[in-house]
Design a protein around this ligand. Structure first.
Ligand code: ADQ
Length: 745
């Protein structure tokens, strides 16, 4: 035993000395590499922007914008432009006073460019160590001056500490392994060996000093993965890439979603059976694949008749059925709460307020009280699901305008990304809302506020400017309110690609034959389709009138052209929705009476919810799909139709008032109010040669594939991560710089 102990002591001391020597050698070498790498990166960045820099050299505000663009690179923390005589021409807001062009001229010899072209150095400033590169900027006429780039070196320190952690871990493993060999050699019994090992593991778990070590090791692995495939790298976004972005950029393994609608609704069916429904909702269509990819918890209103009995005591249920990739946490509402918050404030107030579709918004005091209470309740539920104090929370849509601020009050370090799925009206119109200030302040609890289009972002910023005492930082598309930043950015939403419903679909010819059989259509008939919730913003009445006009103008299409409208009943307790349902029914009946004969009905109105397989089958059977929204944030039906057509046939007729028309420019774009023009577009679609259909469909499919929902979510996560990083840097620099300034003044 004594011999074994001597051996162990010598082994541990020897390994300790070797580890120390190796560590300092590795640190010195890697530090030199990092600095060389950074100098090279700086040169590449300036070379890439040289033309922009030269073009805007003499216009200070625009030059500042070019410099700000340069600092979007993850590790470049600040940039400045110096004249040939080393005077400051422009600099980004974070640029520290210690390193101005004048400071370089006045004493930092190692950086003075006139002493030898490009210069770089590592300097200690109050906020920490920074790498400074001074690079000449020329145009055809010669030298204009110099660009100065500041790289944050905190990642080098982090890597060094990770390397240190690795070495220590290796040292510990070797020492333990060597000791064990010695102990085993000394014929320790298996029982006492196992006991000692268990004890060791227990101590490791218990000792908090091991936690940073394990975290550092984890960070290094993440960094290595990050370098292997940068999320900013080009290429199509996929579920896997989104998952990696989440873990690498935000160090989170899961996300929390707050949305009114749940992705799976359990309802009682015939014979006591419980059925699972996929709700007809654009929000669910977009977010469900994101949750499958990332896992986490989706907090939603439990609205199904069998929701309670299928959830546990905390309202939790694992979904999708059979796969169980994530958890739905159901929040229960009383009928009064549902009426006031959902039907009242959200759908009779905010929905018509945000859509230009000529239905007056109604704001009732009681509804507002319910809206506040329910937002509080959801905020509390999502915070209860958080496992750390800085979770990533995605707040969805106009049902939860107040939740971001409520969540922020409970979890100040949370990353809250709020996405508004519907349009944002202009400031005058938004001012109609009696609670407009509270709504804006609630949303500004978010780290990022996203809309489908830049126009909606502009309208939101305009509303804030008009109503709140907030600073608008246009350079960064941010709003600074009560000392906190919220980025305001457009993120056009999309659908999953590859799409699981299309992958399981049968060939187009078979889908067409089946749908034609169901609708009792002749094989040479022409089929148009519309797929919507029965909502007055979708322009269903105008769509049917365009079909009527087409049949009026083209008698040859009577008996041959059928338009099938899949209409999922929606918000049926609201009077305006009941009116719409009656009106659609009456228009369809009138057109059928006018042009129908025998078994032929030009309009087939299928007023029910359809499961996704049926929707896809209908898309694949159609000659034309008409999306006629009077106003729509995006409209995913347009993208689903394109995704369903792997045969590259079929024509999309699309309203200019749907956000999707900004992207799907190869569709036939129409003004749905112009019934004559819309009927002409339908006719052109039905007559379009297959080759032209292929060309248009091919281009639109390429776009939807590239700009899929994983990209949508990934870009929001990357922006949120950059914001976190900037806040961290600002946190490091500001207090020290402030105290320096105070000392100087
Ligand atoms: P929605 O107004 O719900 O979404 P949309 O984007 O068109 O509108 O999505 C509707 C979804 O419901 C689609 O996935 C569609 O397949 C499905 N659906 C429609 N009718 C159906 C039916 N009869 N049976 C079964 N399924 C049906 C809101 C905004 C949109 C925005 C989305 C996403 O109003 O502008 O595109 O959120 O942000």
């Amino acid at each position: 035993m004594a011999r074994a102990l001597r051996f162990v002591t010598i082994l541990v001391v020897g390994l300790g000395l070797l580890t120390g020597a190796a560590l300092s050698l590795v640190n010195a070498t890697t530090r030199t590499w990092f600095e060389k790498d950074i100098a090279l990166r700086a040169r590449l960045v300036v070379n890439a922007s040289r033309r922009d820099l030269a073009a805007r050299w003499s216009e200070s505000p625009r030059l500042r914008q070019v410099l700000a663009d340069i600092t979007h690179d993850v590790r470049i923390m600040a940039a400045a432009a110096c004249s040939r005589g080393l005077g400051t021409i422009a600099r980004t807001p974070e640029y520290p006073d210690e390193l101005t062009c004048e400071a370089i001229r006045g004493g930092l010899d190692e950086l003075r460019p006139e002493l030898g072209g490009e210069r770089s150095a590592v300097l200690q400033i109050p906020g920490g160590r920074v790498h400074v590169s001074v690079l000449p900027v020329n145009d055809e006429r010669g030298s204009l001056g110099y660009a100065v780039l500041l790289h944050d070196l905190s990642f080098v320190e982090r890597r060094e500490s990770t390397t240190r952690a690795f070495f220590l871990a290796a040292f510990a493993i070797l020492a333990v392994a060597g000791s064990l060999i010695a102990l085993v050699a000394n014929r320790l019994s298996w029982r006492s060996f196992a006991g000692q090992l268990r004890h060791l593991l227990r101590t490791r778990q218990a000792k908090p000093e091991f936690q940073p070590l394990l975290r550092d090791v984890q960070e290094l692995v993440d960094e290595l993965l990050l370098e292997k495939e940068s999320p900013a790298a080009r290429g199509t976004w996929s579920a896997e890439r989104l998952r990696q972005t989440l873990t690498r950029e935000l160090r989170g393994e899961r996300i929390l979603i707050v949305a009114n609608r749940e992705p799976y609704v359990h309802v009682h069916g015939e014979g006591g059976k419980v059925n699972v429904l996929h709700p007809a909702s654009g929000l669910v269509t977009a977010l469900e694949p994101v949750m499958r990819a990332c896992s986490g918890v989706w907090v939603a209103h439990g609205s199904g008749s069998a929701d309670r009995e299928t959830a546990d005591a905390h309202g939790r249920v694992r979904v999708p059925p059979g796969e169980e990739a994530y958890v739905v946490r159901r929040v229960w509402l009383t009928p009064e709460e549902e009426q006031g918050y959902y039907y009242g404030y959200a759908n009779e107030g905010l929905w018509p307020l945000c859509h230009i579709a000529h239905t007056r918004p109604t704001f009732r005091r009681d509804d507002w009280e319910h809206y506040k209470t329910v937002n509080q309740r959801f905020a509390a539920a999502v915070c209860a699901e958080a496992e750390a104090d800085d979770p990533i929370i995605l707040v969805q849509d106009y049902h939860f305008a107040l939740a971001p601020a409520y969540i922020r009050a409970r979890l100040p370090r949370a990353t809250i990304i709020t996405f508004w799925h519907i349009p944002w009206p202009n400031p005058e119109r938004f001012g109609i809302c009696p609670q407009h200030e509270e709504i804006l302040a609630g949303l500004l609890g978010s780290s990022v506020v996203g809309f489908h289009t830049q126009l909606h972002c502009n309208n939101f910023v305009g509303a804030v400017e008009r109503s709140l005492e907030a600073r608008i930082d246009r350079e960064r598309s941010a709003i600074v309110y009560r000392g906190r930043d919220s980025l305001v950015r457009p993120y056009p939403i999309s659908i999953e690609w590859p799409n699981r419903w299309n992958e399981g679909a049968r060939p187009v010819a078979e889908c067409r034959a089946e749908v034609f059989r169901q609708l009792d259509l002749a094989p040479d008939a022409l089929l148009g389709v519309g797929v919507d919730r029965l909502d007055y913003t979708k322009g269903i009445e105008e769509r049917l009138l365009a079909v009527e006009r087409l049949l009026e103008r083209r008698p040859g299409l009577r008996g041959r052209f059928t338009f099938a409208q899949l209409a999922a009943p929606s918000r049926t307790v609201i009077e305006r929705y009941r009116q719409l349902s009656e009106s659609v029914e009456a228009i369809a009946a009138r057109i059928n009476a006018r042009f129908g004969h025998g078994s032929y009905r030009p309009i087939v109105l299928l007023r029910s919810h359809h499961e996704p397989e049926e929707v896809v089958r209908t898309y694949r059977a159609a000659n034309v799909c008409y999306v006629s929204s009077l106003h729509d944030g995006m409209n995913l039906v347009a993208k689903e139709f394109v995704a369903a057509r792997d045969d590259e046939q079929g024509v999309l007729v699309l309203s200019q008032f749907a956000g999707a028309s900004r992207e799907l420019t190869e569709a036939l774009i129409v003004n749905p109010y112009d019934i004559e023009a819309a009927s002409l577009a339908l006719e052109a679609a039905l007559l379009m040669p297959p080759e032209e259909q292929r060309e248009r469909m091919h281009a639109m499919r390429a776009l939807v594939k590239e700009f899929n929902v994983y990209r949508w979510a990934g870009r929001m996560l990357v922006d949120a991560s950059r914001l976190r990083q900037r806040e961290r840097l600002a946190g490091r620099l500001s207090p020290l710089m402030l105290s320096e300034r105070r000392r100087a003044s």
